[in-house]
Design a protein around this ligand. Sequence first.
Ligand code: SAM
Length: 182
Amino acid sequence: MPKKDFYKFISQLDLPFLETKQIHLQNIFESLKNQFGLKEDSNQVFIDLGAGNGQVIIYSAINYRIRSIGIEIDPVLIEEAKNSIKSLKKHKKSEKNWFKKIKIIHGDFYQQNLETFDYIYIYSLPTMQKYLKHVLLTAKCGAIIISHIYPIQKLNQFLELRYKVEHEIEDQKICTFIYRRV
Ligand SMILES: C[S@@+](CC[C@H](N)C(=O)[O-])C[C@H]1O[C@@H](n2cnc3c(N)ncnc32)[C@H](O)[C@@H]1O
């Protein structure tokens, strides 16, 4: 197997594609707006580390019209994201040029520098997070880091837990953890 395919294969084992539910996205973005200074139509920049089918960045571009960047390792998911954007573009023609705010990068988030981002979203697994430290540390002071379902371990010195968004699923509770880079 070529090296790049092997790497992709290992990444998928580490962190498979799972979608953040739309209702959870709504709760998360409302908290960002009400408590963490997210402003519609602003110059703020959002990134999703492991963007999957692009639905998180599509949500932020349509609803908040801020620059929304996604980095994803799987080309099949990138294609899916691009197709969703194309078809949504047709149905949401009247809305301001939201799709121009989106950029999808085919790449590896372990190599991503985060210093230009205001909001950093990640839906990963605890097994992966231990390797993400060098990436998260590149975030600028004051950047907001949003970790869906799993808290970020062992970075207390650099990331201050500011809020937990609580979501109800049937009789189960899950959380999204919001941190500020200090
Ligand atoms: C749990 S999914 C989250 C998808 C999306 N962020 C959401 O919340 O709906 C994690 C994504 O990370 C991608 N991924 C795994 N390893 C990666 C890496 N090293 N670089 C970029 N993306 C990666 C997977 O392909 C998968 O699509």
